[in-house]
Design a protein around this ligand. Sequence first.
Ligand SMILES: NC(=O)C1=CN([C@@H]2O[C@H](COP(=O)(O)OP(=O)(O)OC[C@H]3O[C@@H](n4cnc5c(N)ncnc54)[C@H](OP(=O)(O)O)[C@@H]3O)[C@@H](O)[C@H]2O)[C@@H](O)CC1
Ligand SMILES: Nc1ncnc2c1ncn2[C@@H]1O[C@H](COP(=O)(O)OP(=O)(O)O)[C@@H](O)[C@H]1O
Ligand SMILES: [K+]
Length: 509
Amino acid sequence: MKILSADQTHAADQATIKTDRISSLDLMERAATALADWLMNRLSPSEAGEAHVLCGPGNNGGDGLVLARLLHLAGYAVRVWLLPADKRSADCQANLDRLPANIPQAEVAEDALPTLPDGTLVVDALFGTGLSRPLEGVAAALVRHLHKAKARVLAVDIPSGLFTDAPQPADSVIVRAYHTVSFELPKLAFLLPHNAEYVGQWHLVPIGLDAKFLAKAKVEHYFVDAAFVAGKLPRRAMFSHKGMYGHALLLAGSNGKMGACVLATRACLRSGVGLLTVRTPGIGYDVLQTTAPEAMALVDPNQDHLTELPALKSYDAVGMGPGMGQEDATRVVLEQLLREAGEQQLALVLDADALNLLGTHRELLDLLPPDTVLTPHPKEFERLTEPARDDYHRLELLRNFCQKYRCYCVLKGAYTCLGTPDGPLYFNSTGSPGMASGGSGDALTGVLTALRAQSKHLSPLDACLLSIYAHGRAGTLAAEALGEASSLAHDLIEKLGLAFQELTAPEEW
Ligand SMILES: NC(=O)C1=CN([C@@H]2O[C@H](COP(=O)(O)OP(=O)(O)OC[C@H]3O[C@@H](n4cnc5c(N)ncnc54)[C@H](OP(=O)(O)O)[C@@H]3O)[C@@H](O)[C@H]2O)[C@@H](O)CC1
Ligand SMILES: Nc1ncnc2c1ncn2[C@@H]1O[C@H](COP(=O)(O)OP(=O)(O)O)[C@@H](O)[C@H]1O
Ligand SMILES: [K+]
């Protein structure tokens, strides 16, 4: 799904109002009804206790006022706190006028802040996408007061004080929500590591935004959810043979790090590649033949690390890096690979030590063949570029890097972000904290190499999107089966099959 900017969100609201021939007040009622349904499905009136709804002067406050009315009508105890305002938006004022008289309401002031016993349900409807500057004055005092309380905070649309899609001063006062319920589409701010403490768990409720407007909207950011990738993986034909699914080469492993090589190998095999050859140092031969008999082992003359690039003509894609080490001889192999892959238009996937070598020998970046896939975690990315000032700066560095080198760059983490040569950024929706343990990234290299080898069936962009989505989904399935702390990269690999099944095109007839 698309991620709209704050301005586009407003335009989507306007388009919906026009297409559905409703008033903005009706749309507010629709949005707040969806929010109320979400809340009522989660908490009964007795579980909720008295809900304190904090309302600002704009339409976010208007949503809060509608919610207060709907909760009250459904038998929930509600109390409204208003931010003092010279002027409210028309729809906010209309809903203030409609607020049932028996809902207690009061204006907050710095010396008149709500009393919030532990566990109080607080609805934050102070500011939404119309926030134009950091909070100050009474609003900031109220939010600081909220920080001290042990309240259950639900943010409407976005935690108040958080900018939708732009960096903000480090000392900004921002609501720390447990849940954020947003309308229809996610906001860029939700996907950035530093905002996790404000956004908490976020949820989307549908409000029937104009589908034609959304289809036409030009965006820079996408959220890769199930619907985005569903059916993108082609089915195999009945008379398939291994030659139709690509021959991949993995260059991986060194003395003491053969595990990374084995994990990448097994993940590659589980991701539909027709044939796989693995180049490892001599030390890796036995372990590879034992743990991955489906792969062919092609050993380097050196026992401990890679020193020679094999002939590349039989391969469709090459993955390099997991557990490889950064010996000088290995750096020469990388350089030779970049040159030859460029000439032969081979698909490349570079990870781990291949990235670290690029970071210490940046002149090699100019040799990257177009459409190369790099898979850095933030530290590796920093080595390739520069330290980022903040999450938004990191996205800017990612976009510039991919456009400069015409490459795909998978910036790994929760909500892994794929940068593309044409500019748009794609945030992955799958994955689990259970994947935060050694080896998960090696598995991703295997998956990507397998899908890039199947270039007869998949574009580079689709290969990347399917790989990161399936890899994250497999991680989630493994964590569901074994628990987040105990699931290993090895378990993720065993779940890749189920993840790919979910992505396979339906049978046609
Ligand atoms: N039909 C629709 O549009 C729908 C919209 N929906 C809802 O609307 C929300 C967006 O509403 P909104 O645009 O009215 O903005 P909102 O965030 O409530 O506040 C803006 C007001 O606050 C003020 N202000 C800003 N920053 C400030 C600060 N730091 N400190 C103090 N004041 C500050 C600002 O003043 P100004 O910047 O002009 O000085 C203005 O008066 C959206 O998040 C969703 O919840 C849903 O109902 C679906 C239908
Ligand atoms: N909290 C998380 N949520 C989702 N995915 C995660 C999380 N932590 C790690 N991952 C995923 O696990 C992988 C870890 O890769 P990396 O840091 O290279 O580790 P490794 O040392 O296993 O190679 C990445 O694909 C990353 O997106
Ligand atoms: K809010």
